[in-house]
Design a binder for this molecule. Structure first.
Ligand code: XMP
Length: 321
């Protein structure tokens, strides 16, 4: 059964922070808790909530999977350092790329990332830490989508009939489970997180691996990362829900300095949507698209083709993988 909802207009943030904090402190008692921070609004809100309530009894880790955007891990750590919250960075890049090597099927790639996160990296870390509580930023939408079978969010255990205490030896605490995204953003703001966190556009769990068509190698992630920086800089002013660069696997003929160059293709996508269930391409001015083409093909090594996706979702999806 889905938990009750606290709607954004009904959320009294001070009361919520106080009550959830008291509850967390009571449940954890003298025990120790751990949580993984991604820099997204859900895990960021949980991190601040838990540190306020538990102090030294909670440890926060950031798993560097090698798939994040330019400067992302550094800025997450710096944001939390500014709030007095230490974050331990775990360098797991080699393990993620080893798991992704040779995979081209989208579901295989997604499964490899989830499995590496839980089975190879975070699971052993939780066991070694001696923590008996795992804090998770599960929100109401995650529960509903899992129950409806739309997608299996890896954070939902109880709804799938798995008792983590029996299976893994720790209890999962999910203090945001009554909230949807707008309420979480309101809470994150009340917790003192900056706008770069509480108003952050969505970014998928598989990170840049969701934007590489074909095998995900460190070289191709570096390429799509560089293109992403340019796309976000050029398109952030249009009020779109999300914008992104996608790297195609196939090379195409191009031409540079009077010579033929067999190069890479970047597809730009920019979406208008209210709920991400259906979406339309944003009406980006043509001059901006041309500038994107010039910048990406000159600043990102090897790119000879830049296109703009004009398909709606459906039949497109927003991410490529
Ligand atoms: P799609 O590609 O399914 O994307 O049309 C819809 C929205 O969901 C985001 N997305 C994800 N978010 N974990 C997430 O937290 C994921 O695995 C994931 N896959 C897609 C996507 O960025 C878009 O906002």
């Amino acid at each position: 059964m889905a938990p009750r909802e606290i709607r954004v207009e009904d959320l009294d943030t001070e009361k919520f922070i106080r009550e959830k904090g008291e509850e967390m402190a009571r449940v954890v008692g003298d025990g120790r808790a751990i949580n993984a921070l991604s820099g997204g609004v859900d895990s960021s809100a949980v991190t601040v909530l838990a540190h306020r309530a538990l102090g030294a009894r909670i440890e926060t880790v950031f798993i560097e999977n090698g798939l994040m955007r330019e400067g992302e891990s550094g800025s997450v750590v710096a944001t939390f350092a500014g709030l007095g919250i230490p974050v331990r960075v775990i360098d797991a890049r080699a393990r993620f790329f080893a798991a992704l090597a040779g995979l081209t099927d989208p579901e295989d790639k997604r499964n490899a990332i989830t499995k590496t996160f839980y089975s190879t990296v975070f699971g052993p870390l939780v066991r070694d830490s001696g923590a008996t509580f795992l804090l998770h930023g599960t929100i109401l939408t995650d529960v509903e989508e899992t129950v409806a079978g739309i997608k299996r969010q890896h954070n939902i255990l109880a709804q799938l009939g798995i008792d983590p205490e029996k299976a893994y030896g720790y209890r999962v605490l999910e203090p945001l489970i009554e909230l949807r995204k707008p309420a979480v953003r309101k809470l994150a703001r009340a917790l003192g997180l900056p706008a770069s966190v509480y108003a952050r556009p969505p970014f998928p769990g598989p990170a840049l691996a969701a934007r590489v068509i074909g095998e995900v190698t460190p070289e191709d992630v570096a390429l799509v990362r560089a293109a992403t920086t340019i796309v976000e800089a050029e398109l952030s002013g249009f009020g779109a829900f999300q914008c992104m660069a996608i790297l195609h696997g196939e090379r195409v003929p191009g031409m540079r300095h009077g010579r033929r160059e067999y190069g890479r293709q970047i597809e730009v996508r920019c979406w208008d949507t209210a709920d991400a269930v259906s979406a339309r391409p944003t009406a980006v001015p043509f001059a901006t698209l041309v500038r994107l083409g010039e910048r990406i093909s000159s600043e990102v090594p090897g790119v000879v083709s830049v296109t703009y996706n004009v398909t709606a979702k459906p039949p497109s999806t927003m991410e490529a993988v």
